[in-house]
Each structure stands twice: as structure tokens, then as C-alpha cells.
Design a protein around this ligand. Structure first.
Ligand code: ADP
Ligand code: F6P
Length: 324
């Protein structure tokens, strides 16, 4: 029989992402609409273990839908990776009357959510990461804002790169995944896109393409380098030495994680937040909300964590074809 949930906790965990506030707002207001109580857990699992738990009302989430970051703050917490930490977390939930939790974060956060579920606290995960690296879903909260932010920044670097007839190595985030790099590469018309999933490390071939392009009259050469490859500064030095073309490295960094969320991130995060509460209200647990093939769906957490994801090959081929 489904367990009745009366009080829901919500937390954000791992790297923050624009749109997390929209998700929190949707969780709080959907729960209140259903007559449930809501508690905000500050600083992810770290705050749970420190009992940083606050009551949330409808007004607690007023005026936040347009704000980047997360009003609940976020953290990474080593103690929660241990069995003792997880047991303590579940006990604290019970002490505060929390019988359901919405965890907004990435794969690591979902692992924690799965553990809480096994310990009797109904849990639902929402995919929140700019990296788009969660296998069960085609969309993650924050990716759309991050790629738009990065795209605008790269346009600016391109202007000055063209004026100075330089080569630019621009490094974007994504941890081990190349989704931000690929999307920006296409959107910015980059001459080269280096993805951890595809790059063979053949820098000589890259250098040859830069020289050929210059001979063909190209005024700049933009290389989008994914964080998972990294070493942009040393790469730029080697390129300059080998080509004789002035080369600069720009690491976009954490600016990609901030800023006002796009319309898409606000809307998708709102729908996912509402869905998470509906699942909890139905007595469901150990589920992840996802967006797959144009629909909002949910998966078992372990099943979701076991799924594999790769760069879309046709998207990658098109990105290469369009700059030649
Ligand atoms: P993300 O959720 O963005 O993937 P992390 O991988 O840093 O970010 O994970 C966020 C937090 O989730 C970790 O700091 C830890 O508290 C928790 N976590 C990660 N892996 C596990 C695990 N195997 N078991 C329990 N909790 C975990
Ligand atoms: O997972 C989001 C992300 O921004 C990655 O793209 C990046 O590798 C990492 O987090 C950076 O983490 P931190 O904020 O701890 O430097």
C-alpha cells in the first residue's frame, strides 16, 4: 500500500544550476496546494545532517522564479556518502516529520536520494545540472541558461579574435561531458569543437586545420574546448608556437552557472517540480523525473543511474560539416 506523505522536504545538492529556484517554488506551491507541509533543507545533504531545516510557506518562494542560484544553497557532503551519514539523515527526516523529499541535483545527489529511499524516506530526484550529463533525460535544469550564457560570451570573444586575426581557445564547463561544448560549438559556428567523448588528442591535425583555414582567408579560428579536455592555456601556447598565429585562451568558468534562467529552464523546472510532488502524493518513491522524447516521465533511480548516454553522433557530424 502506498505510504501517505504529509510533510515534504526539498533540497538542492551538487553544483547549482539556473532554474533550481523555479523548481523549488513549484515543489513548495504544489505541495501547499495539495494540503501538504513543506520544509526547506539548507545546503543539501550537509544541511540535512546539521538539521538546517526551515518551514516553507507559499511566500517563502515569492520573487525567486527569475533568480539564478538556489535560495536553499547547495553543498557537497562526504559524510552523506557513508552508511552512517545516510542513517543519520533518515533519522533527522523522521525527527522533523519529513516523510518525503525532493532532491534537486545530479547523478551523485540521486545516489544519495536512492539511499534515503531505501531507509524509508520517500524520495524523488529532479535533474538539476548545467552539464546535461544525466542519462535518463534529454533535458536538465540549467543547461539551457548555461549554453545561452556561454554562447553570448563566446560571441564577444569572437569579435575581438576577428579584429586581431587571432586563434582563440575557449574552454566551457561540463565536467567529463561535452554537451555544453557541442551546443556552443554549433551555435557559435566554432571552427573546432573538442569533446571528451570524441577528441583523439591529435593536436597536429588541429594545427594543420588552423593553418589551412588561415590560407583560405579565415580571420579567426575559434576552438571550443570542453573542460573534460582542459589545459586550454598550454594548448594555446603550443598552437601559437606551431602556427605563428597569436592565440589566446579564455576559460569561461563559473559565470556559466549563474544568471537569470531562460524561459525554457523556468518552465521545464516548474513542470518537473510539480510532477515530483504529484509522485510523492501518489505514494511513489525512489523515482527520478525526466524529459524524454518530448514527454515528462519518471524512472526508478537505480535504473536511471545505470543508463548510458553519449553525444548525438549526427549532431556532432553536422557541427563538423557546417564549418568546412
Ligand atoms: P551532482 O549531484 O551534481 O552529481 P556530486 O556528485 O558532487 O554532484 O554529488 C552531490 C552530493 O551527493 C555529494 O556531495 C554527496 O553528499 C551525495 N552523494 C554522491 N554520491 C553519493 C553516494 N554514492 N551515496 C550517497 N550520497 C552520495
Ligand atoms: O556539475 C556542474 C559543474 O559546473 C561542472 O560543469 C564543473 O566541472 C563543476 O560543476 C565545477 O564544480 P565547482 O563549482 O565545485 O568548481
Amino acid at each position: 500500500m502506498a505510504k501517505e506523505v504529509k510533510t515534504i522536504g526539498v533540497l538542492t545538492s551538487g553544483g547549482d544550476a539556473p532554474g533550481m529556484n523555479a523548481a523549488i517554488r513549484a515543489v513548495v506551491r504544489t505541495a501547499i496546494n495539495k494540503g501538504l507541509k513543506v520544509k526547506g533543507i539548507m545546503r543539501g545533504y550537509a544541511g540535512l545532517l546539521q538539521e538546517e531545516i526551515v518551514d516553507m510557506e507559499s511566500t517563502s518562494v515569492a520573487d525567486i522564479i527569475h533568480r539564478g542560484g538556489t535560495i536553499l544553497y547547495t553543498a557537497r557532503c562526504q559524510e552523506f556518502v557513508t552508511a552512517e551519514g545516510q542513517k543519520k539523515g533518515a533519522e533527522i527526516c523522521r525527527k522533523h516529520g519529513i516523510d518525503g523529499i525532493v532532491v534537486i541535483g545530479g547523478d551523485g545527489s540521486f545516489r544519495g536520494a536512492g539511499k534515503l529511499s531505501a531507509l524509508g524516506i520517500n524520495t524523488i530526484g529532479l535533474p538539476g545540472t548545467i552539464d546535461l550529463d544525466i542519462a535518463c533525460t534529454d533535458y536538465t535544469i540549467g543547461f539551457d541558461t548555461a549554453v545561452n550564457t556561454a554562447m553570448e560570451a563566446i560571441d564577444k570573444v569572437r569579435d575581438t579574435s576577428t579584429s586581431h586575426e587571432r586563434c582563440s581557445v575557449i574552454e566551457v564547463m561540463g565536467r567529463n561531458a561535452g554537451y555544453i561544448a557541442l551546443w556552443c560549438g554549433i551555435a557559435n559556428g566554432a571552427e573546432d569543437i573538442l569533446l571528451p567523448e570524441r577528441y583523439d588528442g591529435n593536436e597536429q591535425a588541429l594545427i594543420n586545420r588552423i593553418i589551412e583555414n588561415r590560407k583560405r582567408g579565415k580571420r579567426h579560428h575559434i576552438i571550443i574546448n570542453a573542460e573534460g579536455i582542459g589545459h586550454s592555456a598550454s594548448m594555446a601556447k603550443r598552437i601559437e608556437a606551431a602556427t605563428g598565429i597569436e592565440t589566446r585562451a579564455t576559460i569561461l568558468g563559473h559565470m556559466q552557472r549563474g544568471g537569470t534562467p531562460t524561459c525554457k529552464d523556468r518552465v521545464y523546472a516548474s513542470i518537473m517540480g510539480a510532477k515530483a510532488v504529484e509522485l510523492l502524493a501518489e505514494g511513489k518513491s525512489n523515482r527520478v523525473v525526466a524529459y524524454k522524447h518530448g514527454e515528462y516521465v519518471d524512472f526508478d533511480i537505480q535504473e536511471a543511474l545505470n543508463m548510458k548516454k553519449d553525444i548525438d553522433e549526427s549532431q556532432y557530424m553536422i557541427s563538423k560539416m557546417l564549418v568546412r
